[in-house]
Ligand binder design. Structure first.
Ligand SMILES: Nc1ncnc2c1ncn2[C@@H]1O[C@H](COP(=O)(O)OP(=O)(O)OP(=O)(O)O)[C@@H](O)[C@H]1O
Ligand SMILES: O=C(O)C1=C[C@@H](O)[C@@H](O)[C@H](O)C1
Ligand SMILES: [Mg+2]
Length: 173
C-alpha cells in the first residue's frame, strides 16, 4: 500500500504528534505532521503566521500540506493539526482517500495537564480551557464522522495508545 499508513486527527493535546512519532517508528515510515510541514516550508512558527497573516492564511498552508501528503504515494504516518478537518476540502479528501483515519480523543482535564496551554497555540491564548472546550464541541462531530477508529487516550500512556492504534490497524503484537 502507498500513501499514509494512518491519519491521526483530534484536538490539541490528544497526542497526535507524540503517538504519530511512535507509530512512525513502529511502521518504519516517516512522520508527516502538518503543523511541522507548514513551519518548515514557510520557515516561520504557526504563532507568527497567525499573528502576522491571520488564521485564513494558516489554513491555506495547512490545507495544501494535507492535500500534498494525501496525494503523495510516499508511505508515512500523517498527523493533522487540530483544526484541519474543519476545512471542507480536507474532510472531502480524507473521505475519498483510501486511508485509515484515527480520532485520538481526550478530555479537557487530560489535555490541560498535558499541554499546559502555553503561548504556542494561537487559538488557545485567551481563556484556554473554555476555548479548547468550545473548539472540541464544534469539531467532535467531524472527528467522529471522518474516523474509522475512535481511540480514547485519557489516563493512558502514549505507548498504550500506540499499541491500540496498531492493533486497530491490524498490526498489533
Ligand atoms: N497518552 C498520553 N499521556 C500523557 N501525556 C501525553 C500523552 N500523549 C501525549 N502526551 C504529552 O502531551 C503533550 C501534547 O502531545 P502532542 O503534542 O503529541 O499533542 P497534539 O495532539 O499533537 O497537539 P497539537 O494539536 O497541539 O499539536 C506532549 O507533551 C506529550 O508528551
Ligand atoms: O486546533 C487548532 O485549530 C490548531 C491546532 C494546532 O495543531 C495548529 O494547527 C494550530 O495552532 C491550530
Ligand atoms: Mg501536534
Amino acid at each position: 500500500m502507498s500513501g499514509p499508513v494512518v491519519v491521526l486527527v483530534g484536538p490539541p493535546g490528544a497526542g497526535k504528534s507524540t503517538v504519530g512519532a511512535a507509530l512512525a517508528d513502529r511502521f518504519g515510515v516517516p512522520l508527516v505532521d502538518t503543523d511541522t510541514e507548514v513551519e518548515t516550508t514557510t520557515g516561520r512558527s504557526i504563532s507568527d503566521i497567525f499573528v502576522e497573516d491571520g488564521e485564513a492564511a494558516f489554513r491555506d498552508l495547512e490545507r495544501a500540506a494535507v492535500l500534498q501528503a494525501l496525494a503523495d504515494q510516499r508511505p508515512c504516518v500523517l498527523a493533522l493539526g487540530g483544526g484541519a478537518v474543519m476545512q471542507d476540502e480536507v474532510a472531502a479528501a480524507l473521505e475519498s482517500a483510501d486511508v485509515q483515519v484515527v480520532f485520538l480523543d481526550v478530555t479537557i482535564g487530560d489535555a490541560a495537564s498535558r499541554v499546559g496551554f502555553d503561548t504556542s497555540r494561537p487559538l488557545l491564548l485567551v481563556n484556554p480551557r473554555a476555548s479548547w472546550t468550545r473548539l472540541m464541541n464544534a469539531r467532535r462531530p467531524t472527528y467522529e464522522r471522518l474516523a474509522d477508529h475512535h481511540v480514547q487516550t485519557g489516563g493512558r500512556t502514549p505507548a498504550d495508545v500506540v499499541a491500540e492504534v496498531a492493533e486497530r490497524l491490524g498490526a498489533g503484537g
